[in-house]
Design a protein around this ligand. Structure first.
Ligand code: GCU
Length: 663
């Protein structure tokens, strides 16, 4: 199982023998034009392995076409044309896109580039593994060219907000010797069409760029290249000064000729940045971008928008951390070089259980942007709680920002379409570790899988994506698929922080257990402003922090009026008495009490639902998942009582159902 764990959703588990026998596959795999480090070569090997695992058929890989035998042909459209293949049926493909045609015994997998050919291969194998033997002919291209993951790994092997053991990349100040796990990770990433990875923590260490580490980065790049995953690095803004000059970039290129780019966290949480030197954030981003420019197109500089003042005075009701991204970046729109992206966390605060989308997306109309999601569950249970994240991400991706009063759905902004930009993207903080489940929990891998799927096509249905993952990871049986379609995010929101009050974890240290008191009386700005009578942040223009004014007019108007503010974000936007009535007719405090009971009750069901899978999934994974779900069920009660008792003792308002304060 350990080995299968490393395969994640690429287990290629054998189908029942009657299906294996009845399904004839072509007899050969034809791989066009490939060197051993090419993703097309990898595709050939993967087809061989996958078909053997799923169908038990042994196929040969050859480099030439053979017209008499049916074959699975994989290559680029260009290489196919060059051997006389007819590509008239293939529509225009964007970079990394592919054409997949399965007709009788002939399969054609044609990538726009080599990476696309590998992506199409994984798609075909995913169909077989899910017992989908349809005849198809279609093309698909990515919604955005940048589909990256960020690892927050430190050179000493620790991982910031990592919940799955030490780093697969680094230990003792350098790159690890054995990079087998790095290749296996690249394979998983390629199968979900992730094309870039930042390998080290955004809180970056200068020593990453010493001579031996640059050689180490070269080895990491070599390990990932056959899967079409390019590496990039986080840089400390002071790196050029500390490393004498940006000439270091040239040296890095000698080791990593296909470097994806840099990610920089500057002027944030005590990191240095251009503001330290009286330069604008645009000057700072462009400085790095210009060092990259001579090395070619497609190499980019991602500059994080997570810039805020964490020495804020809570006694000033106009202070608001949520305002800062637009305050710092909004006026710089249009001043960034064309290979700069501003990487923006999905919400204005910090990966909370619910936030509105960052208004910065509606302020940077002439700048490349990328959204930053978080697969690692920093505030969301740290992989000890099951939380399937795509429903949360969809609240952001499906959000209409109404720029200039026109439809401006976030996924269309991120695809570049809405603002006519050719470059845009997705990044997710993933933080895999050496744990054999990668993320520390089997079920948490659904979030990584779904991230790749949604970055490729943000319109994909999140339930269908979860079902695909389930069939690939555990099996196609109906009970399995039905059981794993659980309502985990709403439950977690209910038993942690609802009505937009944020997650209510301890924010000072762990970001894990319940600690609503930790949100206030400090300078971090994740305030709830809860007192004996009232709660919530007043972000109105008329009376509060004015945050709303950062959105386009129609969105501002919706939130400015408490009656048109959706319940789920009420306390994110308004400061109200606990007795404020919601649209449901309940008061805010009664909703708190009830939601915490409802969320904890849902979590109590998880172990019972999982128990139905005993004997249907292997024993080891069954037990490991059960252990976590039982833990979650217990912790949900701890959460429920901690939060309810806290607000009961603050407000003195009785629970209408007589549960709270009676323990
Ligand atoms: C959060 C997280 C930090 C991280 C920071 C960031 O605040 O807790 O560990 O460094 O985000 O995104 O830069």
């Amino acid at each position: 199982v350990a080995e299968n764990g490393l395969d994640g959703w690429l287990r290629y588990a054998a189908l029942p023998s009657d299906i294996q026998k009845s399904h004839a596959t072509p007899s050969t795999i034809v791989v066009l034009n490939s060197s051993e480090t090419s993703p097309v070569y990898t595709a050939g090997k993967e087809l061989q392995k996958g078909i053997h695992g799923i169908l038990g058929h042994e196929l040969e890989v050859t480099g030439t076409t053979n017209n008499t035998n049916a074959s699975i042909l994989v290559g680029t459209t260009e290489s196919f044309s060059s051997v006389g293949g007819n590509t008239t049926e293939v529509p225009h493909l964007k970079d990394d896109g592919f054409w997949l045609s399965i007709e009788n015994a002939n399969v054609y997998i044609l990538g726009q580039n080599e990476r696309g050919a590998l992506y199409g291969t994984f798609e075909y194998l995913s169909m077989l593994a899910q017992r989908n033997f349809s005849q198809v002919a279609y093309a698909t291209s990515p919604s955005a060219p940048i589909r990256w993951v960020n690892e927050w790994d430190n050179l000493d092997g620790s991982i910031e907000r990592g919940f799955a053991g030490p780093s697969i990349f680094f230990q003792n100040g350098g790159v690890v010797d054995d990079l087998a796990r790095v290749s296996q990770y690249a394979r998983l990433l390629a199968s979900i069409r992730v094309n870039g990875i930042i390998v080290n923590n955004v809180n970056a260490n200068f020593n990453l760029l010493n001579a031996s580490n640059m050689a180490g980065l070269g080895r990491v790049a070599n390990a990932m290249r056959p899967y079409g995953v390019c590496i990039g690095i986080s840089l400390n803004f002071d790196s050029p000064r500390n490393l004498s000059s940006l000439m270091t970039t040239d040296e890095l290129y000698e080791h990593v000729p296909d470097l994806a780019g840099f990610l920089v966290k500057a002027n944030s949480e005590d990191q240095p940045g251009p503001l330290t030197y009286n330069r604008t954030l645009a000057d700072g981003a462009n400085l790095f971008a210009r060092a990259l420019k001579p090395h070619g197109n497609g190499i980019v500089m991602l500059f994080r928008a997570f810039v805020y003042d964490h020495h804020l005075n809570e006694s000033n009701w106009k202070n608001d951390r949520a305002n800062h991204a637009v305050d710092f970046f909004g006026h710089l729109d249009g001043q960034f070089d064309d290979n700069v992206f501003i990487q923006i966390k999905y919400g204005p605060i910090d990966f909370q259980v619910r936030e509105p989308p960052s208004p910065l997306f509606a302020n940077l109309l002439g700048t490349n942007t990328a959204i930053e999601l978080q697969v690692t569950q920093e505030y969301l249970g740290q992989q000890s709680h099951l939380v399937y994240l795509p429903p949360l991400w969809k609240t952001i991706l499906d959000y209409d920002l109404r720029i200039d009063g026109e439809p401006s759905v976030m996924r269309d902004i991120l695809s570049g379409g809405r603002l006519n930009r050719s470059l845009s993207g997705y990044a997710a903080v993933v933080n895999v570790g050496t744990n054999t489940t990668w993320l520390g929990s089997h079920l948490a891998m659904s979030n990584l899988y779904a991230y790749g799927r949604l970055a490729w096509n943000p319109s994909d249905d999140e339930v269908a994506v979860l079902q695909d993952w389930t069939r690939l990871t555990f099996g196609a049986g109906k009970t399995i698929v039905d059981t794993i379609t659980m309502e985990s995010w709403p439950a977690y929101e209910n038993y942690t922080g609802n009505l937009g009050i944020q997650t209510l974890t301890d924010i000072l240290y762990t970001h894990f257990g319940p600690n609503p008191a930790s949100q206030d009386d400090n300078s971090w700005g994740q305030w709830t402003r809860a007192d004996a009578d009232t709660i919530g942040m007043d972000r109105t223009v008329s009376n509060g922090t004015g945050f709303f004014s950062q959105y386009p007019a129609q969105v501002t108007a919706m939130y400015e009026d408490i009656n048109t503010t959706p319940n789920e974000l009420l306390l994110w936007f308004h400061h109200v008495p606990y007795t404020q009535q919601l649209k449901s007719g309940k008061t805010v405090i009664q909703h708190f009490y009830d939601a915490h009971y409802a969320g904890a009750a849902t979590a109590q069901m998880f172990p019972t639902q999982w128990a139905a899978l005993e004997g249907l999934v292997d024993h080891e994974r069954f037990e490991e998942v059960m252990f976590r779900l039982e833990y979650q069920a217990g912790r949900a009660i701890v959460w429920r009582d901690a939060i309810n008792e806290f607000y009961w003792s603050k407000s003195g308002i009785e629970d209408g159902a007589g549960r709270v304060g009676k323990h």
